[in-house]
Design a protein. Structure first.
Lengths: 175, 60
């Protein structure tokens, strides 16, 4: 089954080719076992669809890659990334230092603590980023790749001056 | 993205109904900042910044 329609596929491919500057990694947190195995995690039930969507998306650009992490197989990942629900999608610049490809690294205690300062990890999608949210995801991928947002210089300065933790939750539906 | 202290979760309201109920989501998009400030719909950039600053100032 194809999630991204053929006509959208070329549009998205063109957009990514035009806009992406630095390599971007999509991180998908899901779990393969029954939810009861990871009682603390909320399960939206769309892990497989999200996986498929992101696979198709990352196939549309060489600058885009997907890393899927099974928090059922390694619950410490949920703790490390403060993941409370699946599926959760994060976006960040791809760099050579990540050890995400080796889930056992954290179990051995040699994983570097996750730094929230890593570009892009501040934005997460809980649940399938489909429908209208797919556009939001694309826009965020582009921003992370460029390393900048479209905020005005004044707003950017004011936002950067905030010195306390802020948690924003935006509730959306796909339509 | 501009400040590592700021985290934003985009939550699919149908998939996570317990969260939607907890925050009384009746229409979308609904935004909640630090569990204190909330609004429905989108705000212009300056108003959103005000909301962020207000949420932070309440958070003592």
């Amino acid at each position: 089954m194809t999630v991204i329609a053929e006509k959208d596929r070329s549009t998205v491919r063109d957009l990514l080719a035009r806009e992406l500057v630095e390599d971007v990694e999509l991180l998908l947190f899901k779990h393969g076992r029954a939810p009861s195995d990871v009682a603390r995690l909320r399960d939206g039930g769309t892990g497989d669809e999200t996986q498929e969507l992101l696979e198709e998306l990352s196939d549309l650009s060489d600058r885009l890659s997907l890393t899927s992490l099974d928090v059922g197989a390694d619950p410490s990942l949920a703790t490390r990334y403060n993941v409370t629900a699946v599926p959760t999608v994060m976006i960040r610049r791809r760099n050579g230092t990540t050890n995400l490809g080796d889930p056992s690294a954290s179990a051995r205690g040699d994983a570097a603590p996750e730094t929230p300062a890593e570009p892009g990890t501040g934005v997460r999608f809980l649940g399938l980023p489909g429908g209208y949210e797919f556009s939001t995801l694309l826009a965020d991928v582009v921003d992370v790749s460029k390393g900048r947002t479209d905020l005005s210089p004044e707003t950017r300065a004011a936002v950067q001056a905030i010195e306390r933790p802020v948690r924003i939750q935006v509730f959306v539906t796909p339509t | 993205m501009e400040n590592s202290l700021i985290r934003a979760d985009v939550i699919e309201a149908n998939e996570f109904q317990d969260l939607s109920e907890r925050y009384g989501v009746r229409s979308v998009p609904k935004t909640v900042i630090n569990d204190r400030i909330e609004f429905v719909g989108s705000l212009p950039e300056a108003k959103l910044l005000e909301a962020l600053q207000k949420a932070v100032s309440l958070d003592v």
